[in-house]
Design a protein around this ligand. Structure first.
Ligand code: SF4
Ligand code: SF4
Length: 334
């Protein structure tokens, strides 16, 4: 499998703007996907892959073989996955899982696939009854809605992972939904908590700590003479990172949770799968460092080796990942 070195797709995403977490804003998601599912590079991190795998009837290796998820190395030498894109309106692109429904599509669906039509949102059902003289966009559907990655859930906001470390920096990052958005009074905190993002953020913290550890031990894919790589075959090093994205091929996962992928949505089970995968790779990394006979100070970059991440603690369901709302001091009467 080809893994490219520069994230060309990453450069398509606009630079986000900060917005305060508890600021009242006018925004609501229309669910149409006109801006979040088009012309955006959607990152797939290892926990996203667990959730994608769970939602689809395809193994993660099939998703990779079919190039629905492809990879490149980011600037810090960490492997990142991306959702595939499909052509959309001229020279634009849309996510491979995106299906845009027009009034004509709605009308045709009612005739040819009444069962699917009956499960469609009201906007699509109404469009089938409307005038059919022209063609206009009605809605967008996500083919992997229950398992969509964190980047889709949070759009147009992004969590700053440093929130957990610096709660005073309570900023979100906003993209522009444009004509797709509704106008409702809300706050970024409400929006983000409404999208079942907590397990994704906990997983993101665990993965960031994991990646920092591997980076410090020479496992990052960095071509710089000053970076001291762990002595191992480059293909084996790539495969070590790739194994994070094929959770269903992990022997411990298979042995411990043989029926995981056939159960309905199971956030606790998926969390456990992710924990097993990260801990398995950590154990392999530690064994490789021990076998190299090198001191941890002689590997990686100039940074001190961080403590071995406690994956179970970082994934604990009750670990807070958003700072608590600001407390407004009570006025003392009198
Ligand atoms: S309002 Fe924004 S987040 Fe919602 S579907 Fe439209 S572009 Fe996507
Ligand atoms: S995964 Fe779903 S929500 Fe995310 S970009 Fe693709 S179609 Fe849109």
């Amino acid at each position: 499998m080809e893994i490219v070195h520069s994230a060309a797709s990453q450069r398509r995403n606009p630079v986000p703007l900060p917005v305060a977490l508890d600021e009242v804003i006018s925004w609501g998601c229309s669910g149409k996907g006109w801006n979040c599912c088009t012309d955006k590079a959607i990152p797939v991190k290892p926990y996203d892959m667990v959730r994608l795998r769970h939602s689809l009837s395809k193994s993660s290796q099939t998703l990779i073989n079919e190039r629905l998820v492809h990879f490149d190395w980011d600037d810090s030498g960490v492997l990142t996955g991306w959702l595939a894109q499909q052509p959309y309106e001229g020279n634009r692109v849309a996510c491979a899982f995106y299906e845009e429904i027009t009034n004509r599509d709605a009308h045709a669906m009612r005739e040819t696939d009444p069962e699917r039509f009956a499960a469609m949102p009201a906007s699509i059902q109404h469009a089938a009854d409307g005038p059919q003289g022209g063609t206009w966009r009605v809605a967008g559907l996500c083919g992997v809605h229950l398992g969509r990655p964190a980047a889709c859930r949070g759009y147009p906001f992004q969590r700053d992972p440093l929130w957990s470390e610096h709660p005073e920096q309570t900023v979100g990052q906003v993209f522009n939904c444009g004509s797709c958005a509704l106008a409702e009074r809300t706050t970024v905190r409400e929006v983000m908590l409404d999208n079942s993002l907590t397990p994704f953020w906990q997983a993101d913290d665990a993965y960031r700590a994991f990646a920092r550890y591997l980076h410090a031990l020479g496992f990052a894919n960095i071509k710089d003479a000053r970076y001291r790589l762990i002595p191992m075959d480059p293909a084996a090093r790539s495969n070590l990172w790739l194994s994070l994205f094929v959770p269903d091929a992990n022997a411990r996962v298979h042995e411990t949770y043989p029926d995981q992928w056939t159960t309905p949505l199971d956030i606790e089970g998926d969390r456990e799968v992710f924990r097993l995968v990260l801990e398995d790779v950590l154990a392999r990394v530690d064994a490789l460092v021990a076998a190299s006979g090198l001191s941890t100070d002689a590997l990686g970059g100039p940074e001190a080796t961080p403590p071995r991440p406690d994956i179970a603690a970082l994934l604990a369901p009750d670990r807070a990942v958003l700072p608590p709302p600001a407390v407004i001091p009570l006025q003392v009467a009198g």
